[in-house]
Design a protein around this ligand. Sequence first.
Ligand SMILES: NC(=O)c1ccc[n+]([C@@H]2O[C@H](COP(=O)([O-])OP(=O)(O)OC[C@H]3O[C@@H](n4cnc5c(N)ncnc54)[C@H](OP(=O)(O)O)[C@@H]3O)[C@@H](O)[C@H]2O)c1
Length: 307
Amino acid sequence: MKKLIGALIFYARFAVPFSRIGHRRRVRAPLDADFGGQRWVVTGATGGIGRAIALGAAARGATVLALARDGRKLDALVAGAKGPGRIEAVQVDLSLAAELRRVAAAIAASGRVDVLVHNVGVMLHEFGRTEEGVERSFATNLLGHWVLDAALRREGALDARSAIISMSSGGMYGAALSLDELEAPDAGRHDGFLAYAQHKRAQVELTHYWNSLGPDAPKAWVMHPGWVDTDGVRSSLPGFRKVFRRVLRSADEGADTALWLAATRPPVAEGIWLDRQRDPEHAFGFTRSGADARALADWLAERAGRC
Ligand SMILES: NC(=O)c1ccc[n+]([C@@H]2O[C@H](COP(=O)([O-])OP(=O)(O)OC[C@H]3O[C@@H](n4cnc5c(N)ncnc54)[C@H](OP(=O)(O)O)[C@@H]3O)[C@@H](O)[C@H]2O)c1
């Protein structure tokens, strides 16, 4: 009963702003941006929103390194890119720390990165571990972001001119960050939905941590795309999709704010971006009581050290 009431409050509050109606109310003009000469890294770039970000950046002049695991989808993405920029495929399992460190070193060896988009994210209802022994959704949604980011900084590919954009989710409005709930130790304690909300809340805190690293560090922004009709939603939330199908956003609508942030680079401050506007990080009082950014960073550094 408590869960049902919570869900009703959540949907009453967010169904309009997160739908395509909300997008069309707030975003009135197409994005006019020139990313010529920029080098981007986009994770999860063969799927709905990541693909739209990669194509949108290339169409505005960027060279986009598209990180994803499926070679055939990567080939199709590269072939579908329209200039003046271009897309280069980087095949990598984004849930594996060792692969991410290798890829980061290779990226850094050929130059700096202007824009890094931590887009990859999955909601996995079934419990499983990577070959490195990490719960799979945690490895993909959070630990992998941390590892890639840290390796790119260490290798010198990210600097004060770089922008980092993290793709969170409105699902984070339902979670107070709890370090104990980021990675379930076994199947009995894994709830894919709750784990996803935790990872998405953690991305907000991680953005605060990155922005606390001083003037020589890249600036970071966190956003969410609203509700977008993608393969991810089709496979992980089929019931939700059935109900809301008619008002889900297109991938381009979901990607718009990432491209806008990269072009505009507004001052960094508390908040999560949606439809080119800064929204509050908390909608309900109970989500304020969670762990803080520093504790999260220490915890992730320790966890990454074991991979
Ligand atoms: N769609 C929405 O309504 C919505 C709402 C809020 C937030 N978001 C967030 O937006 C982001 C993108 O979502 P989406 O709906 O576009 O997702 P999607 O359709 O599931 O696409 C995800 C992409 O990530 C790739 N990927 C997943 N796991 C990977 C791994 N271990 N290694 C390499 N690549 C991997 C997928 O490749 P494969 O094809 O090989 O699996 C795919 O290219 C996520 O962070 C999600 O949480 C989405």
